[in-house]
Design a protein around this ligand. Structure first.
Ligand code: NAD
Length: 481
């Protein structure tokens, strides 16, 4: 992925990463990269095609013949080198995420750190995998599934690339990554970094391109055993459907409409800022965003006042400014999508408390939207059912804790959830009834060994820690009489 600075200081990327080297693109289509903060053209990227993808798959297949038989200790060593190589470029990776995606620096840096840490976390998780188990005359071993296609979304591309790649490496798989076409510059910085880990040729291959060409080839190619995908429900469904022809194993990390349950003993001074962090993290462009806030009916007025006060701590603006909490949307398309949902919320009769349609004042040049909170939303409104993928929060009232759990689970999604309350035993009881892959108690926290993934339409399978590695393994039993 060679980058040349032209006379206009527009970056140009014309190569993919195949078999340990940056190779010229066979695909000829060129895509403009627009900076979301000001709508300016910053780069042009040549997109790969089916032929680029097939070359990358062939390289991964050749490498699998050797790497697929590696010992866990050798894989641990590869993960250590990857961790070191990625760690050296944290500043550059953060800068790329801020510029190309518009992620605010206060969020982008920790996300990049998590991305880099994925290699160390996978090395640790690898030690917990029972690679060989035997009893009587039976021996069970865990084997790498084979060449894996890793397809990412644009809202935290480096994290998804590193998480999936780290798990695949730990399992003994070789990969072809198709980063989101909206994240080509970020992907390039990451691949340049990982190149320094001196990997066996063909272990890592990265083809920049569209889902309908590069992604579709990965899904239909018989030499690819597994697809690990992060993105929308619609594309996830098409991968499951089209992958069936070659019996693909699939991990699908899809969308969400996550509930935050505010219990009636919650301290609003802490709980409301925590609820807003959950709603507006990554400028609301987060699969896990807590976009439905369920509050006790009797506390509605106090909650309203607390939101109006707490939202002051979520200023919108230049993503490079460390004080800014909400940056621009990723694209004009994403801006329009968020606007249409805000309009829909108003049309459906929800009460607009803060935010609303249009650009925030003085931020007309980029794809900025106003962080928006609707009160008195009902769970059957479009804004409470569909994933908006922007900083729009719907506040829904409930009468009893059972009622809150029912509303929380009344969604096609089940990715994430949160419970806020003082009585921890009660908060835990409520959390244990939320049908979602991850439920946080009392605010934002993370554990790189804890599984991540969805119930229902939020996906299939899990990532992170040993769960993520297991998703790239097959089980083989050898029996003797
Ligand atoms: P998307 O589904 O449009 O694209 C995701 C990836 O799939 C991209 O790389 C795209 O090029 C590729 N793709 C598109 N069509 C394809 C096809 N036919 N075959 C193979 N690949 C194809 O999603 P997006 O707009 O990039 O991301 C936003 C979505 O991702 C949201 O729904 C969000 O909730 C979800 N998401 C989920 C998680 C999670 O961990 N569960 C994390 C982040 C984002």
């Amino acid at each position: 992925m060679k980058t040349i600075m032209t006379k206009d200081a527009i970056k140009t990327t014309t190569t993919h990463y195949t078999d340990g080297a940056f190779v010229p693109s066979h695909g000829r289509e060129v895509r403009d990269v627009i900076r979301p903060a000001d709508g300016q053209l910053i780069a042009q990227v040549t997109l790969g095609d089916e032929e680029d993808t097939r070359r990358a798959i062939a390289a991964a297949k050749r490498a699998f013949a050797t790497y697929g038989t590696s010992k866990p200790e050798e894989r641990a060593e590869v993960l250590r080198r990857l961790h070191q190589a990625a760690s050296a470029r944290i500043d550059d990776l953060t800068a790329a995420m801020v510029e190309e995606y518009g992620g605010v620096v206060q969020f982008s840096r920790p996300i990049v750190e998590s991305a880099v840490n994925a290699f160390a976390a996978a090395e640790k998780a690898l030690q917990q995998i029972p690679w060989v188990r035997s009893w009587d005359k039976t021996t069970v071993t865990l084997e790498p599934v084979g060449v894996s296609g890793l397809i990412t979304a644009w809202n935290a591309n480096a994290l998804f690339m590193c998480l999936k790649f780290a798990s695949a490496v730990a399992a003994g798989c070789t990969v072809v990554i198709k980063p989101s076409e909206m994240s080509s510059l970020q992907a390039r910085v990451l691949v340049e970094a990982l190149h320094e880990a001196k990997l066996p040729n063909g272990l890592l291959n990265v083809v920049t391109g569209l889902g309908t060409t590069v992604g579709a080839e990965l899904v239909r190619n018989p030499d690819v055993a597994k697809i690990s995908f992060t993105g929308s429900v619609a594309v996830g469904q098409s991968i499951m459907r089209d992958g069936a022809a070659t019996m693909k194993r699939v991990t699908l990390e899809l969308g969400g409409k996550s509930p935050t349950i505010l219990l009636d003993d919650a301290n609003l001074k802490e709980a409301i800022p925590a609820a807003l962090v959950l709603a507006f993290m990554n400028s609301g462009q987060a699969c896990a965003a807590g976009t439905r806030l369920l509050v006790p009916r009797k506390q509605l007025d106090a909650v309203k006042r607390a939101i109006v006060e707490a939202i002051q701590a979520f200023p919108v603006g230049d993503p490079t400014d460390p004080k800014i909490a909400v940056g621009p949307m990723m694209s004009q398309k994403q801006y329009d999508r968020v606007q249409s949902y805000i309009r829909k919320g108003i049309d459906e009769g929800a009460e607009l408390l803060v935010g609303g349609e249009g650009h925030p004042k003085g931020l007309e040049a980029g794809y900025f939207v106003k962080p928006t909170v609707f009160m008195n939303a009902s769970n059957d409104m479009t804004i409470a059912r569909e994933e908006i993928f922007g900083p729009v929060l719907s506040v829904i009232t409930y009468d009893t804790a059972e009622d809150a759990i029912r509303i929380a689970n009344d969604s096609q999604y089940g990715l994430h959830g949160a419970v806020l309350g003082t009585d921890l035993a009660r908060a835990r009881r409520v959390a244990s009834q939320v049908r979602a892959g991850r439920v946080l108690i009392n605010g934002m926290t993370d554990d790189p060994q804890a599984p991540w993934g969805g119930f229902k339409y939020s996906g299939v399978g899990r990532e992170y820690g040993r769960y993520g590695i297991e998703a790239f393994l097959e089980t083989r039993a050898i029996l003797e009489p």
